[in-house]
Structure formats: structure tokens, C-alpha cells
Design a protein around this ligand. Structure first.
Ligand code: ADP
Ligand code: GN1
Ligand code: MG
Length: 366
């Protein structure tokens, strides 16, 4: 174990004696560690230590401020509903100076959270009940934040789900061809350019005031919900770095993108990738059970379109990073971002073919 982890960890008000910090989880952005501390009675208290990725989050203090504000609001709602705020939302630990982050001499920002026991995050839901729980958890998350003033949160990554700007970045990456890879991915580039029409529909509707600006999570992969191991219910929505004002549709859509894929996001064998309509149905059921009473009719109308759009956006983002020479997402081999892009393309093609069935499901549950 490297000493720098201990040096960062001991700045926080941990209980007990620091034992170790080990790499944890599968996130693509931050560096996450599981910390164990020995208590006086011999038991072990766990924490999650994270180093914020400053390439991605240029203003880490704004990220922390947002999380403090959002979790404070959620905590009040959870207590009012008779829930357990220490398990149903993230609890940031203060440092000895009373702040919720620590900056080390190398300029890096660290934060510490209570580890939520008896729960697990799954990239793939092990059952359709689990899938329903994920949809419901993201719906409830929006519901609990529906009365939070949108002007109270910073945009931690401006234009995060502005698909038109993502497309413009992609076009620039193709023209510049910094890593010399354009020639090798012409099929994928053509596929994405052929679908450029329609990228601005949701952002335009939002700018025109026809779609509301809400507090949204923006990174609603299935593994950003912890599911209670005992009850099988959605316990806690984690990974709050991108909670900010946004379009509600994308929260449903990204859960669909990540959840309905039959294999891993980076599966190199595309014959294993298909769109799972049964999972779509359960996600829609769960999400709409929590949100149908406050989403506008227009929002619900666009849920299927948004699912395709976010999958398209994600394909653009992975391929843009591949063309940039892999500077944004963590990769484990040189083709990693290309493999990821290809799964999104396959998934999107299947969603296009299943559009009518998806619309029928939304009609049934709206
Ligand atoms: P990233 O932004 O890199 O995806 P996350 O915040 O999602 O990082 O954390 C990575 C993983 O760590 C999660 O998938 C989850 O397994 C675990 N994790 C994060 N926070 C907690 C927590 N408070 N309690 C238990 N596990 C957690
Ligand atoms: C990143 O942090 P993580 O791994 O949950 C990314 C998401 C992508 C996702 C694709 C801040 O999410 O937007 O959808 O990878 N997060 C950020 O797997 O860019
Ligand atoms: Mg995550």
C-alpha cells in the first residue's frame, strides 16, 4: 500500500486506527479506494476514499459544494420518510479542519465517505426485480430533488449532455486526427455522421422552455445505484459528481443505455451485444412509478428518443476519446475506447429496430 493514500486519509475524521487503503470499484473517472480502520473493540470500520479526476472536474471544490448541498437536502427527505440517512445517501466525512475535501501538496483533491454496508453496485442487474429497483431509485432521486432550487448547484461539467456540442467536438477530433487513427475507424465515423440529424432536439426544447430544467444526476449507469443485499431494493444513488441542472430524460436514458446492454460496455465480441427489451420494460416501469406524477407529458413523450440519443452521445464520446489518444476515460488496453464505442453502436442499431416496441411500453406505463 502506498503511503500517499494513508497520508491523504488521515486528514479526515476517521474513527479508529487506519489499517489500509486498497483500490476499489470499476469507475472510469475518479480513483477510488476502500479504507479500513480498526476500532477499539477490534471491529473494522470501512470508508471510501476518492481522488477527484481534475482533468474531468476542473473545479473540484464546486463538485464538493454540490454534493454537500444535495446530500443535505436528501438527508432531510430521508429522515422525514423514516429512512436511514447513513445508508440511503452518501455521507461525506469532514477533515480535521472541518472541510469536506483535503488538498495534498501535489494539488490533488481527496474526499472520504462512509462505506455503505450490506449493499452492492452491479454493472448488470442479476434479476428483473433488481432492474425495476434501479429504475425506481433514479426516479425517486429526481423526485426528492424536484423542490431543490436549480440555481443552487454549479455546472460541474458545463454542457455535459449537450449532444450537439459533443458532435462538434467529435468533428474536430476527426479533422485533427491527433492520434492518427481516423483511417482505421471510418465505418464507425460514417455511422455516427449519418445520424447527426436530431442531436439538438432536446437541448433546443429545453432552451425554448418547453422541457423543464431539473436537478438531474447525469451519470445513471446501473452500477451507480447500491442495491440492499437483504431486501433487493434500491438503497442509495451514488456517484454524485455530475448532479446539476439538466434534462430529466437523460437520467432515464442512461440507465437504459447501460442496463439494456446484454454484455459489458467494453465487450469486444459484438455477437454478445443485444438490446434487452424486457430490461427496458422493467426500467421504464420503475422509473415511471416514481416520476409519472410530476414529469410533463412532453418529457414522457421523449423517453424513447432520449434513450437512443444518449447511446449515440456515448458512442461519440468514446470514439472522440479514441481519436484524441485516450485522454479522458481510463483504459486497460489500446483498443478499449474503440471496443466501447462499438458496443454503443450495436446497441443503438438494435434500439432503432425496437423503437415501436419501446414506445408501446412507455404508453403502457405512463
Ligand atoms: P466513479 O465516479 O469513478 O464511477 P463511484 O463514485 O461510482 O466512482 O465509485 C466507484 C465504486 O465504489 C462504486 O461503483 C461502488 O461500488 C463503490 N462505492 C462508491 N461509494 C460508495 C459508498 N459510499 N459505499 C459503498 N460503496 C461505494
Ligand atoms: C463515466 O464515472 P463513471 O465510470 O460512472 C462518465 C459517464 C459515462 C460513463 C460510461 C463524469 O462514468 O458520463 O457515461 O463513464 N462520467 C463522466 O461508462 O464523464
Ligand atoms: Mg460510478
Amino acid at each position: 500500500m502506498t503511503m500517499h493514500l494513508k497520508a491523504a486519509a488521515v486528514n479526515f475524521k476517521l474513527t479508529g486506527e487506519f489499517m489500509e487503503a486498497v483500490s476499489y470499484g470499476l469507475g472510469h473517472i475518479n480513483s477510488t479506494y476502500l479504507v479500513r480502520c480498526r476500532q477499539v473493540d477490534g471491529t473494522v470500520q470501512k470508508y471510501i476514499l476518492q481522488c477527484i479526476n481534475q482533468q474531468v472536474f476542473r473545479e473540484p471544490e464546486k463538485v464538493i459544494t454540490n454534493i454537500v448541498r444535495v446530500t443535505q437536502h436528501l438527508r432531510e427527505k430521508i429522515i422525514t420518510a423514516g429512512g436511514d440517512p447513513l445508508r440511503e445517501t452518501i455521507t461525506l466525512l469532514p477533515t480535521h479542519n472541518g472541510r469536506f475535501f483535503h488538498q495534498t501538496q501535489d494539488g490533488k483533491y481527496w474526499r472520504m465517505m462512509l462505506f455503505i454496508e450490506g449493499a452492492a453496485a452491479c454493472q448488470h442487474a442479476p434479476s428483473l426485480d433488481h432492474t425495476y429497483a434501479v429504475g425506481l431509485a433514479y426516479g425517486r432521486f429526481q423526485q426528492m430533488l424536484a423542490d431543490f432550487p436549480v440555481d443552487q448547484l454549479h455546472a460541474t461539467i458545463p454542457d455535459f449532455h449537450h449532444t450537439g456540442k459533443r458532435l462538434a467536438d467529435f468533428e474536430t477530433a476527426v479533422v485533427q486526427d491527433i492520434a492518427g487513427r481516423v483511417q482505421t475507424v471510418q465505418t464507425e465515423i460514417d455511422f455516427l455522421f449519418n445520424r447527426a440529424a436530431g442531436v439538438a432536439i432536446l437541448t433546443d426544447l429545453q432552451a425554448a422552455g418547453e422541457l423543464p430544467l431539473r436537478i438531474t444526476h447525469n451519470d445513471t449507469k446501473c452500477d451507480n445505484v447500491l442495491i440492499d443485499t437483504q431486501t433487493g431494493k434500491g438503497l442509495c444513488v451514488i456517484d454524485l459528481d455530475t448532479v446539476m441542472p439538466g434534462i430529466a430524460l437523460f437520467d432515464f436514458a442512461d440507465a437504459v443505455r447501460s442496463g439494456t446492454n446484454s454484455a459489458a460496455e467494453d465487450e469486444p465480441d459484438l455477437t454478445k451485444i443485444y438490446f434487452d427489451l424486457a430490461i427496458f420494460e422493467r426500467l421504464a416501469h420503475g422509473f415511471l412509478d416514481a416520476t409519472r406524477h410530476f414529469l410533463t407529458s412532453l418529457e414522457i413523450d421523449y423517453l424513447v428518443f432520449a434513450s437512443r440519443l444518449i447511446t449515440y452521445e456515448q458512442a461519440l464520446r468514446f470514439l472522440t476519446d479514441y481519436l484524441h489518444g485516450d485522454i479522458y476515460y481510463k483504459i486497460r488496453h489500446p483498443q478499449h475506447n474503440l471496443d466501447r464505442c462499438r458496443t454503443q453502436i450495436k446497441l443503438l442499431s438494435e434500439m432503432e429496430a425496437a423503437a415501436d416496441q419501446m414506445e408501446a411500453i412507455i404508453t403502457a406505463y405512463r
